[in-house]
Design a protein around this ligand. Structure first.
Ligand code: C5P
Length: 255
């Protein structure tokens, strides 16, 4: 859906001051599925730490007013592996879950963000997000009052497992209208704070889910899906590093 259609659908526009664009990178995970003593955000990806690759990708694609990185309070790697960087605030506010890390970082940003400012939450573990997808997200949502996220339509056939007989198919699910959520997820700061202030919000597995719950109360409209990219993989297992490195190399060659 185009930005024009969204405007016609009731989105807001014409704020006096242009909203700021703040990147928030949750990077407080221990990476248990990654299975390494070094959390995955610090893993070597073609000679540079994964988190740094992610930060550089966002900075190369977008005109960011600020970047905040949510780190575990006991993180002992950031200072030596990434180190101080212009325009980047390292917030040692990570929580037990991704949602908690994001909610804590939003609270920490309180003095620096107005309700209309945009917060672009992006997983440290997605270093390959294409520049054009990032710009599309920001362009398509620019005049919206709430926000949305990058996502891709489900391409594979979906099988429901029979819980009583693991690995046996119960049925095939209808995939029409289903999308896989990615990051960045870009929302107005005030919307995100209100969404995460609600009971149960910390159980959300992404920001959009928390905003959807807020929208269900009538407090705001529902988030938008903006077409992302299959290249925007999330590094989850050690084997994903080689795939991410290959994608980055192909992107760098094409640039
Ligand atoms: O573990 P997973 O890949 O789903 O984590 C997604 C992102 O959320 C990662 O960048 C990870 O560092 C971050 N995270 C966090 N705080 C947690 C758990 C995950 O910031 N407690």
């Amino acid at each position: 859906m185009t930005a024009e259609v969204r405007r016609a659908a009731g989105a807001r526009g014409g704020a006096a001051d242009p909203p700021r664009l703040v990147a928030l990178i949750p990077a407080a995970g221990g990476g248990s599925r990654f299975g390494s003593a070094l959390p995955k955000q610090y893993a070597d990806l073609g000679g540079r730490p994964l988190l740094l690759r992610t930060m550089e990708r966002l900075a190369a694609a977008l005109e960011l007013d600020a970047t905040a990185v949510a780190l575990a309070p006991d993180d002992v790697f950031y200072d030596s592996v990434v180190g101080p960087r212009d325009g980047v605030d390292a917030l040692r506010c990570g929580g037990a879950s991704r949602a908690e890390s994001v909610a804590n970082a939003l609270a920490a940003l309180g003095s620096r963000c107005g309700d209309d400012d945009w917060v672009l939450v992006h997983d440290a573990a997605r270093p390959c997000v294409p520049v054009d997808a990032l710009r599309r997200l920001v362009f398509e949502l620019a005049d919206d009052a709430v926000g949305g996220l990058l996502a891709v339509p489900v391409a594979d056939t979906l099988k429901r497992e029979d819980r009583e007989t693991p690995a046996r198919i119960l049925r095939t699910e209808d995939r029409s209208g289903l999308w896989c959520a990615q990051t960045p997820q870009m929302f107005r700061y005030g919307v995100l704070r209100a969404a995460f202030a609600r009971p149960g919000a910390l159980a959300a597995t992404d920001e959009a889910q928390a905003v959807e719950a807020l929208a269900a109360t009538g407090a705001c409209s529902r988030p938008w899906l903006v077409t992302g990219s299959a290249l925007n993989i999330k590094v989850t297992y050690p084997g994903d590093l080689a795939l991410a490195a290959a994608i980055l190399a192909a992107q760098e060659n094409a640039a």
